[in-house]
Design a protein around this ligand. Structure first.
Ligand code: NAD
Length: 260
């Protein structure tokens, strides 16, 4: 259903971003992968997508803390894939620490990657979307765009802010057949969640099992992790014509977390 479309997904060498890329490719879209990682592993993912789905897949190493590299990534997609029809702002990192010990450089890095990179990709991609008269912009926000948890000040701030950016840009683009939405997952088992377990153990004086059961899964009434594939399926729906009137929304996929 997405044949002839091209998608740029930031932070797509791992986790949820990689699931988006594979789901769009399965629907026939060409994709631009972005993110860090080992060169061989990234090349295996890239060529695997081309082989599995018969689409074009390219890679950009752009660092989402660097505006000039972000702009170059969008230009690369326009040159190599013919445009950016679907833009997914997904790159993100986490840091868990009490506010008075929160490292200043971590605050700046999280605001840059989890929030400002979306401003830079959107401003670069929108002129092409307007010219072609179609576009889909999706942010991976988080349940933390709606509610807070202690020790995640930068992340919760960035995620609340990206929900505001989403609403603003949705209004600006409403008559251009370009929709702009957030997807807000609860906990998805990815390296991002796995890596925060040691610091959460420290911040809350808990064992690993206690963190998984009493912090992570206790937030989700279903007591289950969301899967990256479930998140990606929602993004595919947002790219359909049936979803053309969904814009400026923040769609939760969180096992009931934010209903509580
Ligand atoms: P992940 O760690 O598996 O993937 C993060 C991706 O971002 C990787 O590809 C990484 O290389 C990339 N990245 C990190 N820093 C970058 C930079 N400076 N420039 C370019 N790429 C960079 O994590 P994930 O869980 O798949 O997270 C993806 C998004 O989903 C994030 O925005 C995260 O906040 C959000 N999210 C995750 C969960 C969860 O429970 N895992 C829940 C809600 C929201």
């Amino acid at each position: 259903a997405l044949k002839g479309k091209s998608a740029v997904i930031t932070g797509s060498t791992s986790g949820i971003g990689l699931a988006y890329a594979r789901a769009f490719a399965r629907e026939g879209a060409d994709v631009l992968l972005n993110g860090f990682g080992e060169a061989d592993a990234i090349e295996r993912e890239r060529s695997g997508i081309e082989r599995d789905f018969g689409v074009k897949a390219v890679y950009s190493p752009a660092d989402m803390t660097r505006p000039a590299e972000i702009e170059a990534m969008i230009r690369q997609a326009e040159a190599e894939l013919g445009g950016v029809d679907i833009l997914v702002n997904n790159a993100g990192i986490q840091h868990v620490s009490p506010i008075e010990e929160f490292p200043i450089e971590k605050w700046d890095q999280i605001i840059a990657i989890n929030l400002s990179s979306a401003f830079h990709t959107i401003r670069a991609a929108v002129p092409g979307m307007k010219r072609r008269g179609w576009g889909r912009i999706i942010q991976t926000a988080s349940a933390h765009s709606l509610v807070a948890s202690p020790f995640k000040s930068a992340y919760v701030s960035a995620k609340h802010a990206i929900a505001g950016l989403t609403k603003t840009v949705a209004l600006e683009l409403a008559t251009h057949k370009i929709t702009v939405n957030c997807i807000s997952p609860g906990y998805v088992w990815t390296p991002l969640v796995e890596k925060q377990i040691p610091d959460t153990m420290k911040a809350r004086a808990m064992t690993k099992e206690q963190v998984i059961n009493d912090v992570i899964l206790s937030a989700q009434p279903t007591k289950q992790f969301v899967t990256a594939e479930q998140v990606a399926a929602l993004a595919v729906f947002l790219c359909s014509e049936e979803a053309a009137q969904i814009t400026g929304a923040n769609l939760s996929i969180d096992g009931g977390w934010t209903a509580a």
